[in-house]
Ligand binder design. Structure first.
Ligand code: ADP
Ligand code: MG
Length: 693
């Protein structure tokens, strides 16, 4: 049997792996022997030397050896066994729960025992709870390993021993058969070991490598594999983009009279940046393959009207448009805007959410199916249901950062008619730092609206401690007296929506008392859509002066007369999120203000972060800072990072690799396209089906 066949043989062909184990391994994405090689340890244990007990500190995992001084059974409730050992440098207690008298007999005073576990603080100094142990009949017997012990990610029914054995077999059987797809020139340039060496090293690091170095990612073998893994992820997205080129899509040609008709009804002229992006979209629509374009633009830069223009092009070509927003509130706002903008077009604009039921729903679905409705607007629920389109030509996704890569990939499959697929336009106000964009957005072309509509003034931002709340209240009073409106945003550390809403309710009560002349409204995520809608409408129509809100208003909501925003405890939010919130004000032509009212004392980092927001109004600058201060998880949002699971790469640690990844990734499509699929299979494999099925 040829070598390559070994790599692709089912794991069940290995000794000690039966059908049941194979099934469990599959849950870890391990099907064939090669998958075992790429199932890398997520940490290591160091049994290469014996640590003197006196040198142990809490939190340290170590191999120790000592003589049993005494043991005690504690009968209370569950029988526990305490066993004290010493080695002349110090002593430590071993603790075992649910022990029987006969087991007790094993631990005779004077016996020499070796243990491995994490040392913790207990009642009587340091202790190890349920350590791995060996009773040593010969006290001088060798108990150290020559290599670090790998600890693998597991799933129910599997244990470390089993995985270690399986990986060992896989290594012996086919480590030399692995094709190294990284060009030799790159290995030399970055001083990386070749693939089999790197894999070997990470499964069984020798004593020259420390656990700390592995954690910091300083080990070349680790860097090389992290690089390869990131490259595989990048290539997946890049490949999707290349595939898109082979798909067909309807061509939308601009019709001058419809364009003029649309633009003339707008109460403003488009900015240069908006016109440029519209032209980019129009060019995409001329191609016979689907557009996959991301429009990035700061809050208030006017992305919605750009999307509407794209919708107009699809509509006049006889196609339908679906608009997806992350919240109902935002979907409703789009619905109102689009309804106005398309009033003169011979089509229906529909709004569909889970709350629309019965006949209304039936009629809406019917209008979509028969094509009498040209535009449908809703939340992502829109795409989870059995909605059938007559002729879907364009999908618009607003505030894309709320949706993960996979959701976007899945959407691409929707609306497919034969070999023809709809175009896709995604919009985000969260500027992603360039380095991260290559992992998150490299399946997309990017347009940037880097200009705000004329007359906007930057939001004057100040940082105020909570103790000066009275002053803030006074300021609201005089602001409202000038017939202007205010947002008050409540934040909470807890993810719990219930708690957030309670906090907002309390704040609203307090403000009503403190400000008898101010009409106070409250909006939060637990209110019914109709209620939220009514409150938002009231605020828009200025029958409310002050709107107390949870972070539900984060995206999209537009009330130009509201020029003052108080963000309570802003230190609890990420920089980018605060920047988004702040974008709700500064939409009119008057000066507007944002007060960041923090809870003192502030940590240095928190102070620094508030300062960044005070001093900058550029979303890109803020995102770069956020990346620097909080790491990629915060910037990309937990949804995305949660979905982008790496075996070994760690974005916070391996950020420095990303530039090279995108450069070298590009080369692959030219120099070694045959390597792309094997690399993706190897790292992403069967666990994640990103692309087309
Ligand atoms: P975002 O990019 O945050 O989605 P919106 O599309 O909601 O921004 O636009 C913010 C506000 O600016 C809206 O009230 C919109 O009507 C207005 N607007 C958009 N483009 C222009 C423009 N070129 N001139 C003036 N106002 C504009
Ligand atoms: Mg918007």
């Amino acid at each position: 049997m040829s070598a390559a066949n070994n790599l692709t043989k089912p794991v069940a062909t290995l000794t000690g792996i039966g059908a049941q184990t194979a099934h469990r391994l599959e849950k870890l994405g391990i099907r064939v022997i090669q998958d075992l090689l790429f199932h890398l340890p997520h940490r290591y244990e160091d049994r290469t030397h014996i640590t003197p007990i006196g040198a142990l500190t809490a939190g340290m995992s170590a191999l120790i050896k000592g003589t049993i001084e005494f043991t005690d059974m504690l009968p209370k409730g569950r029988s526990s066994l305490i066993c004290r050992i010493s080695d002349g440098t110090g002593f430590i207690s071993l603790k075992f729960f649910h022990y029987t008298a006969s087991q007790h007999n094993l631990f005779k005073p004077g016996t020499v025992i070796s243990c491995f576990a994490e040392a913790r603080f207990g009642y009587a100094g340091l202790e190890m709870v349920h350590p791995e142990y060996k009773i040593l009949s010969d006290p001088d017997q060798v108990i150290t390993d020559s290599r670090l012990t790998p600890v693998y990610p597991l799933t129910d029914g599997l244990n470390q021993q089993l995985l270690r054995k399986a990986v060992k077999q896989a290594l012996t059987l086919c480590i030399d058969d692995l094709a190294d797809w990284i060009p030799a020139s790159v290995l030399t340039q970055y001083n990386y070991p070749n693939l089999s060496e790197a894999i070997q090293t990470l499964h069984a690091p020798d004593e020259s490598i420390s656990v700390a170095a592995l954690q910091n990612g300083r080990v070349p073998a680790l860097k090389r594999l992290a690089f390869e893994e990131l490259l595989a992820h990048h290539l997946t997205l890049r490949q999707t983009r290349h595939k898109t080129r082979a798909w067909q899509a309807p061509v939308f040609t601009a019709n001058p009279s419809s364009s003029a008709n649309f633009l003339n009804t707008l109460p403003f002229t488009l900015t240069g940046a908006q016109q440029r992006v519209i032209a980019e979209i129009a060019t995409d629509f001329q191609q016979a393959h689907p557009m996959m374009r991301l429009v990035q633009g700061d809050v208030g830069s006017g992305k919605t009207v750009v999307a509407a223009y794209a919708a107009m092009l699809a509509l006049t070509a006889g196609y339908q448009v679906a608009v997806m927003a992350p919240t109902e509130l935002l979907a409703e706002q789009h619905f109102r805007n689009f309804s106005g903008w398309f009033e003169n077009f011979q089509t229906q604009v529909l709004f569909l959410t889970g709350n629309i039921k019965g006949n209304a729903r039936k009629n809406a679905l019917q209008a979509l199916a028969d094509g009498s409705a040209g535009i449908i607007i809703g939340t992502h629920a829109l795409f989870q249901e059995a909605v059938t389109f007559h002729r879907l030509g364009l999908i618009i996704i607003d505030e894309q950062h709320r949706f993960g890569v996979h959701q976007r990939m899945a959407l691409r499959e929707k609306g497919q008619q034969g070999s023809v697929r709809p175009h896709q336009l995604v919009m985000t106000a969260t500027p992603i730092p360039r380095t991260l964009a290559m992992l998150q957005y490299s399946d997309l072309d990017i347009s940037i609206i880097d200009e705000l509509p004329p007359g906007r003034q930057p939001v004057v931002t100040s940082v105020i401690p909570n103790e000066r709340r009275e002053e803030v209240i006074d300021r609201i009073d005089s602001w409202v007296a000038k017939k202007k409106q205010v947002y008050w945003v409540c934040t909470l550390i807890e993810e719990s929506e219930v708690l957030q809403c309670q906090a907002a309710e309390k704040t609203a009560d307090y403000l009503m008392q403190a400000l008898p002349n101010v009409r106070v409204g409250l909006i939060h995520g637990r209110m019914k859509t109709a209620e939220k809608d009514a409150i938002m409408q009231a605020f828009k129509q200025h029958t409310l002066d002050l709107l107390v809100a949870t972070t539900v208003i984060e995206v999209g909501v537009d009330v130009p007369n509201a020029g003052l925003m108080i963000i309570e405890n802003p230190e609890r939010l990420g920089l980018s999120q605060r920047h988004q919130l702040r974008g709700r004000v500064g939409r009119g032509s008057d000066a507007s203000f944002c007060l960041l009212m923090y809870q003192s004392p502030l940590s240095d980092t928190a102070r620094h972060r508030l300062g960044v927001l005070r001093d900058s109004s550029d979303g890109f600058v803020i995102a770069e800072k956020d990346l620097e201060l909080r790491g990629p998880g915060e910037v990309m949002g937990t949804r995305q990072t949660g979905q982008m699971q790496f075996k070994i790469a760690d974005l916070a640690r391996d950020l420095d690799l990303l530039d090279a990844v995108s450069q070298i990734g590009e080369q692959f499509f030219i120099d070694s396209p045959q390597a792309i699929q094997p690399l993706i299979d190897r790292w992403i494999g069967h666990a994640t089906e990103y692309s087309e099925v």
